[in-house]
Design a protein. Structure first.
Length: 111
């Protein structure tokens, strides 16, 4: 019985960690990319992007001084500022992160 309780408790902890690392819903909002722009090895085509954050306050990601705008303004060959990384192995929308539970994704939704 004790082993069963321990397994259930561990499953609850793992589920809580997985849920906390999910993007905030609803999204932080939309961001307009005005021209095709490279960030490290990823092309962000001109268009409207919806931004979802994971642990990062939305106000830090959006806006002219937000993280996404700063990353877009770095230039083709410039690396992201430490400790940020572009998650090339992540599926779906492009993701930027500093750790497993802290980052944001930008999904293009229109031209």
């Amino acid at each position: 019985m004790m082993r069963c309780t321990l397994v259930i408790a561990m499953a609850a902890i793992i589920l809580a960690d997985a849920v906390s690392a999910q993007p905030q819903s609803p999204s932080c909002g939309r961001f307009e990319v005005l021209e095709d722009t490279m960030v490290e090895t990823r092309l962000f085509r001109k268009g409207t992007y919806v931004i979802h954050s994971i642990g990062v306050p939305c106000e830090e990601v959006l806006g002219a001084d937000g993280l996404f705008a700063r990353f877009l303004g770095l230039g083709d060959d410039a690396p992201l500022p430490e400790p940020w990384k572009f998650l090339t192995e992540a599926g779906g929308a492009p993701k930027f992160a500093t750790s497993a539970g802290y980052g944001f994704r930008a999904q293009r939704i229109s031209d």
